[in-house]
Design a protein around this ligand. Structure first.
Ligand code: SF4
Length: 458
């Protein structure tokens, strides 16, 4: 049996970690990793968070089928669709996509080698899913890292206990469950030993970390509090003790769970990079309430001021959604003013995408799709002009960077794949930290001294 496989990972970093787990399972079972056009079995790990993600997944599946039909990949190649799309729609997709050999839901990633072998032998079921996602693998360091040698995503929890009205993720990924703190510390320690310089802590909601295990049940607005059990603050403090020169970056923090203790942990832990990702989504009180974000405008404004006061130099990244159901021109204006006032170091705005099965999709007061786009575009233009100002302010500053590739690095305010990059001299070693002086900027894209000359040589 030809046990060659390829894996296409779509969607977010959380999905990428699942892809890494699957790659490792397959390699341990004797499969070989090859390019998609050579693979006996092609796995496509999909996202189904919003409509564009579903479209991307479906286009990728059809492209693989076309390649197989055209003989660009083995004509007997097995195509397996994994991840959120399968978890959510497998039963419908079986009928509409008969060309796909097998659909595998999010809880079956640790059985992927067995399923792949059955697929190649022609004995697999068409669908492998569970009703509710409950899996919490020990995403140990033995997984196959697709990010390369110097940075890693560390999934600290799976699932989500929130019920944001616009979001389908809790239905797909199930309730929140946290990994043991010791398991995360062990994984990070091993990563650092193997040369990782940046660990990115990820989950659907990193600020809820540990709360699912507290004796007295946490609520949707409980603040991070390590006197009640493990928490993101105690995790950061434990990771900060690991010897070595590395950054800890925290992504996806829900604003409702921030607390004084967490702010202090960010301020005091020198390895925690001065960057925080807080998806705010809106600022209007009634929109936040109707979307069940468990926050209001006053709370968010105070939180941002407290973080900036306690952690000088911090870069705050956020996202907003334009045109949520019920959003009036006044709500939009409030959001516009808020963005101008707080001048986020990194931010993006998406037009609201109506997700079937969510509460928001059933709301009567939907905003016209053209209005959603117009409002999102307007906010993105404001963010673009703030980004230009931020870039200009960076000129002349010395910044510590992590070199990702020859001539390309990231600074503290740049998470991998989502933020900007810094052009640096190609002589700087890849996978190591360096200090560079910023000479020029185009918005979030910065140019260090010596970078231009290096580009001319290429
Ligand atoms: S916190 Fe809200 S937006 Fe984030 S995954 Fe949970 S339900 Fe979705």
């Amino acid at each position: 049996m030809d046990k060659s496989f390829a894996l296409i990972s779509l969607g977010c970093a959380k999905n990428l970690v699942d892809s890494e787990v699957m790659c490792n399972q397959l390699l341990l079972a004797g499969f070989r990793k090859v390019q998609p056009e050579q693979a006996a079995i092609l796995l496509i790990n999909t996202c189904a968070f919003i409509v564009p993600a579903k479209e991307e997944a479906i286009n990728t599946i059809f492209a693989a089928v076309r390649d197989r039909d055209a003989g660009l990949s083995p004509t007997d190649q097995k195509i397996v669709v994994c991840g959120c799309l399968s978890q959510r729609y497998a039963k419908d997709l079986v009928k509409s996509m008969p060309e796909v050999d097998c659909f595998v839901g999010v809880d079956l990633i640790c059985r992927i080698a067995e399923i792949a072998a059955a697929c190649l032998a022609g004995t697999a079921e068409k669908v492998y899913t569970t009703q509710v996602s409950t899996l919490l693998p020990d995403f140990g360091s033995s997984r196959y890292r697709l990010t390369g040698g110097h940075f890693a995503y560390i999934k600290i929890a799976e699932g989500c206990n929130h019920a944001c009205a616009y979001c389908a993720i809790p239905r797909i990924r199930g309730p929140h469950r946290s990994r043991p703190l010791s398991s995360i510390v062990r994984e990070v320690r091993e990563c650092v030993t193997h040369g990782v310089r940046e660990v990115n802590l990820i989950a659907q909601d990193t600020t809820y970390y540990g709360m699912d295990k507290w004796d007295k049940r946490a609520t949707k607005t409980s603040g991070v509090d390590s006197s009640r059990g493990d928490s993101l603050a105690s995790l950061l403090r434990a990771l900060n003790e690991i010897p070595g020169d590395f950054w800890i970056r925290v992504l996806y923090t829900h604003p409702a769970h921030w607390s004084r203790e967490l702010i202090d942990a960010f301020a005091e832990c020198d390895k925690v990079v001065k960057y925080v990702d807080i998806p705010l989504q809106h600022i209007s009180a009634h929109i936040l309430q109707e979307q069940r974000r468990m926050t209001d405008g006053d709370y968010i404004r105070k939180l941002l001021r407290d973080i900036r006061a306690a952690v000088p130099g911090i870069g705050i990244r956020t996202t907003f959604i334009g045109g949520l159901p019920g959003e009036t021109e006044d709500d939009h204006a409030e959001l516009r003013d808020f963005i101008r006032e707080f001048r986020f170091e990194r931010a993006g705005v998406f037009a609201y995408s109506k997700e079937e099965g969510t509460l928001a999709a059933k709301m009567k007061n939907q905003v016209h799709h053209a209005t959603r786009k117009r409002r999102a575009n307007e906010l993105n233009m404001i963010l673009a002009s703030i980004a230009d100002e931020m870039g200009a302010e960076a000129i002349g500053k010395t910044v510590r960077v992590l070199v990702d590739a020859p001539g390309i690095a990231r600074g503290p305010w740049d998470a991998p794949d989502v933020d900007g990059s810094i052009h640096v001299p190609v002589s700087l070693p890849v996978g190591e930290f360096a200090e560079v002086k910023i000479a020029d900027a185009i918005a979030y894209e910065l140019f260090a001294e010596g970078a231009e000359e290096a580009e001319e040589q290429m």
